[in-house]
Design a protein around this ligand. Structure first.
Ligand SMILES: NC(=O)c1ccc[n+]([C@@H]2O[C@H](COP(=O)([O-])OP(=O)(O)OC[C@H]3O[C@@H](n4cnc5c(N)ncnc54)[C@H](O)[C@@H]3O)[C@@H](O)[C@H]2O)c1
Length: 397
């Protein structure tokens, strides 16, 4: 059982609380901090917390608290993390870790120097669909991963501070791209070094300084490529889709808009449908169990289990830092219109990889390009002569 201080009583603080205290869980939020006391008090009443406060340090230092969960706006993450380090409290933090790589690095250093547990709450690598897909990738069912793509687009966030570039640290690329970067990075291999980023970003619709639409490519040292597509201007709800392509197979994941549950209503008795759904009439795509399907349950289970066992969770502040560093390069590339290097002050994965040898032997003199069964029943192979380079085809009866 874990006793949690929740920092932030807003949108994600409540989703987290629904997950942490859901089903027959014994984990409890024992202290809630919100900037306005009335919001802390309301949250405490809704979730049965004994202690509420508008003093952040008081919640963190509370003697009943054994882990702190940060669910605050991006500009407040660092101050909250530094207080957890000061009071030596295990800490889990929502995404993005920092507003940029420098901020994330300071947070990583602070928790490591304090010797406290640190978890990065990237829920989308804990969804049941992701976990299943990832098992297949790890077992080799897709072969060598060549390309991983992740898309998160919706009509925009729900609080004022997200739209302020100073407070948020960026636009949709930081807010949503952080998910896509970690999803694709996990499929490609977290020990494979991200080396360069090419990115387009623009403000197409909203009257803001930050980007509201962006597309980017991340090159990895082993030759794999990741792609992200993010937007705050997409209409039609929240589109969360991932694709992975390897030498032996493909996976397509649709997390939210086409989950197999489709419903039509004229609007009679209409209510909440799903996060960022734009309508509650007509054809709708409800989500069966949002806190589970978005990965929160599996994420908190792993985080709290690791605290109890003294082990490292799959997602730590180190991962949050790598994600921020990749996005820093994306922001730079959007300005320079060039491939920009990923600057990593800390890298703990493999070094100096080259593109894997990808040639498949057909026989001693030939490489195989492709084999196929034709509709007229013949097996056809296309091969390349290793010495002359000549490409030819053979029909095998
Ligand atoms: N899927 C996800 O992982 C996910 C989804 C949504 C938001 N988030 C992240 O959660 C964090 C909070 O987002 P949200 O959507 O809950 O925002 P929100 O605006 O709904 O809630 C923010 C909370 O922080 C408090 N707060 C606001 N400004 C503050 C300040 N200056 N100092 C202290 N407290 C302040 C508010 O009172 C509120 O309780 C962000 O970092 C965001 O990126 C993550």
């Amino acid at each position: 059982m874990k006793r949690i201080a929740m920092l932030g009583s807003g949108f994600i603080g409540r989703f987290y609380a629904d997950s942490i205290q859901g089903q027959r869980s014994k984990d409890r939020i024992v202290s809630i901090y919100a900037r306005k006391e009335e919001n802390a008090k309301k949250f405490a009443a809704d979730y049965g917390c004994d202690h509420f406060t508008s003093n952040m340090e008081e919640a963190i230092a509370h003697p009943d608290v054994d882990v702190v969960c940060i669910a605050l706006p991006n500009n407040v993450h660092e101050a909250a993390v530094l207080l957890c380090a000061k009071h030596k409290k295990p800490v889990v933090t929502t995404k993005p870790l920092g507003r940029n790589g420098a901020e994330a690095l300071r947070m990583l250093r602070a928790v490591e120097e304090a010797g406290i547990f640190h978890g990065y709450l990237e829920d989308l690598v804990y969804t049941p669909k992701f976990l299943k897909a990832f098992e297949s990738v790890k077992s080799g069912a897709l072969g060598r991963i060549l390309w991983a793509k992740s898309r998160e687009t919706h009509p925009g966030p729900h609080s004022d501070w997200f739209w302020n570039i100073e407070l948020a640290g960026g636009g949709c690329m930081l807010d949503l791209g952080c998910h896509c970067v970690e999803i694709t990075r996990t499929f490609i291999g977290k020990d494979i070094k991200p080396v360069e980023v090419m990115c387009w970003a623009d403000t197409q619709v909203k009257p803001i300084e930050a980007e509201d639409h962006a597309i980017g490519l991340i090159k990895y040292e082993n030759g794999s490529i990741a792609q992200f597509e993010v937007s705050w201007t997409f209409r039609g709800g929240m589109d969360l889709r991932d694709e992975v392509m390897g030498t032996e197979g493909t996976i397509w994941i649709n997390n939210f808009l086409r989950t197999g549950l489709e419903m039509f209503t004229t609007g009679k008795g209409a209510d909440y449908v799903a996060e960022k759904a734009e309508s509650n009439t007509g054809w709708l795509f409800p989500v069966g169990d949002e806190v589970n399907d978005l990965g929160y349950n599996h994420m908190f289970t792993e985080m709290f289990d690791c605290i109890e066992k003294g082990t490292e969770p799959r997602e730590t502040f180190y991962d949050g830092y790598i994600v921020n560093a990749i996005l820093d390069a994306a922001y730079k590339s959007a300005k320079t219109k060039q491939w920009e290097p990923v600057e990593l002050a800390v890298w703990r994965g493999k070094e100096g990889l080259t593109k894997d040898n990808h040639l498949v032997e057909y026989d001693t003199d030939h490489y195989l390009i492709k084999e196929e069964m034709t509709h007229y029943g013949a097996k056809k192979v296309i091969i390349k002569n290793k010495h002359s380079g000549k490409i030819e085809e053979k029909i095998l009866e």
